[in-house]
Design a binder for this molecule. Structure first.
Ligand code: AVJ
Ligand code: FE
Length: 434
């Protein structure tokens, strides 16, 4: 199992490099400040990922807590401390948080070195290195959260992290594809999958049409111009109430300048690029757009079938292109571009039925509530998924440009409240076959 140990140690190290790189440009005052009631001060996430790692890769494996110890657990418990008040807590300073993270990491790597990760280890935390990969995914998810908080900084304080230019838009031969009726595999039995992806099961789906690309900024501008935000008939009643209360008139970070729309992002103001997938829209905006277009949002089962099912072999893959790990030629993941890429930019990443950019670029809102799959068992703790099940949260699929490949696959389920739009979320539409 030496290679699995090495792989996990490498992922943990790569992830920490990214975490530290995300906070490096900012001084202590910026790191401690709460920039928005929806997001934590950056320094909270920094110590939270370390505390989580101490709980799961140190204490859960039988070792003593890393100083300063369990007294920190309450401060960094996401349930005990609502985001809006985290600035007022007696948090570790940025230097203390970095030192705590390094101390935990030294101990967790030490323990990993001698851990038995064999598939037949009766401890389900250790078999296949489950808990180590869970901690990798957790820190990667918080790296995306850190970026969502950084995107909310005033433009003068923003930072670009050496982003590289996106590949050019590509040719998309048709706007929608028809997916025939049939049995679709949903979920995953991969040893590293989350509890909410399990058990893998078969669902029966009718035929449907789904867009080959996410909805673009150009598409969304047309919805705005044609009065989409002012037509109550297009909106879910709760969405219309929210649109009124919050005064929604365009995606978050958009501003009208004469004839054009500008957007602010990471220290830059620029014209909204027409062919990029729209992002920073909430579920209610996506739902209203779909109705305006004479369509609807796909269910998560429809989304997953369009992303992974191969009509020639009948098999369902981990990625739209098969089983190979993603490269920068397959999908826009991992924060390198710091933005979505234009539609058609990843011909290698097209799914067998013909959908572009199912993975990466923007999280895609689906019609579905975040509910457990039949036979769901919470593992290894209720607060990852189980406490969010029900009709309050909507499922998002596919990962964004800010998602690391470790925390992304066609079966990965993300969720958020239907009013949220500071996340890197867009959508594509679907419709019934008739
Ligand atoms: C799966 C992105 C909804 O950020 O609340 C982080 C991930 N869980 N720490 C979140 C998570 C615990 C979670 N999401
Ligand atoms: Fe967390």
């Amino acid at each position: 199992m030496a290679s699995l140990t090495g792989l996990l140690a490498g992922l943990l190290t790569e992830t920490r490099v990214r975490t530290l790189g995300l906070v490096a440009p900012f001084d202590d005052a910026v790191l401690r400040r709460q920039h928005d009631p929806l997001m934590s001060p950056l320094v909270w996430d920094l110590a939270h990922v370390a505390n989580y790692e101490d709980q799961w890769l140190v204490r859960a494996l039988g070792a003593a807590p890393t100083p300063p110890g369990p007294a920190l657990d309450g401060l960094y418990d996401a349930f005990a401390q609502p985001r809006a008040v985290r600035e007022q807590l007696p948090l570790l300073s940025p230097a203390e948080a970095r030192a705590y993270g390094a101390a935990v990491r030294a101990r967790s790597l030490d323990l990993l070195g001698t851990a038995d990760l064999a598939p037949d280890n009766p401890d389900p935390l250790l078999a296949h290195g489950y808990v180590h990969h869970m901690v990798v995914q957790h820190e990667q998810q918080h790296d995306e959260t850190l970026l969502a908080a950084i995107q909310l900084l005033p433009v003068e304080e923003g930072h670009r992290f050496g982003a590289v230019s996106p590949p050019p838009a590509g040719t998309v031969t048709s706007q929608e594809v028809r997916v025939p009726a049939g049995r679709a595999l949903m979920g995953s039995e991969h040893p590293w999958s989350y509890d909410n992806e399990r058990p893998a099961h078969v669902v029966e789906l009718g035929a449907y049409w789904i867009d080959t690309t996410p909805v673009t900024n150009a598409d969304f501008s047309l919805f705005i111009e044609e009065g989409g935000y002012d037509d109550a008939r297009l909106w879910d009643p709760a969405g219309w109430a929210w649109r009124q209360e919050a005064g929604l008139v365009a995606p978050q970070f958009w501003k009208r300048a004469g004839e054009v729309w500008l957007r602010a992002r990471f220290g830059q103001v620029e014209e909204v690029p027409a062919l990029e997938p729209v992002q920073h829209v909430c579920w209610y905006e996506a739902d209203a757009f779909a109705r305006w277009a004479g369509k609807r949002l796909p269910t998560e089962a429809e989304w997953e079938r369009a992303a992974r099912w191969d009509p020639l072999t009948g098999e369902a893959h981990t990625w739209p292109w098969g089983e190979l790990a993603p490269t920068t030629g397959h999908a826009n993941l991992g924060q390198g571009l710091l933005r979505p890429a234009p539609v058609g930019a990843y011909p290698l990443g097209v799914s067998p039925v013909g959908c572009h950019q199912m993975i990466g670029d923007v999280w895609e809102w689906t019609a579905s509530d975040f509910r457990p799959y039949p036979g769901f068992v919470a593992f290894p703790y209720d607060e990852y998924s189980a406490v969010f099940h029900g009709d309050r949260y909507k499922v998002l699929r596919g990962g964004s440009w800010a998602t690391h490949p470790s925390a992304c696959r066609t079966t990965f389920r993300n969720w958020d409240l239907p009013i949220r739009r500071q996340i890197f979320a867009g959508f594509r539409c679907a419709r019934d076959d008739r």
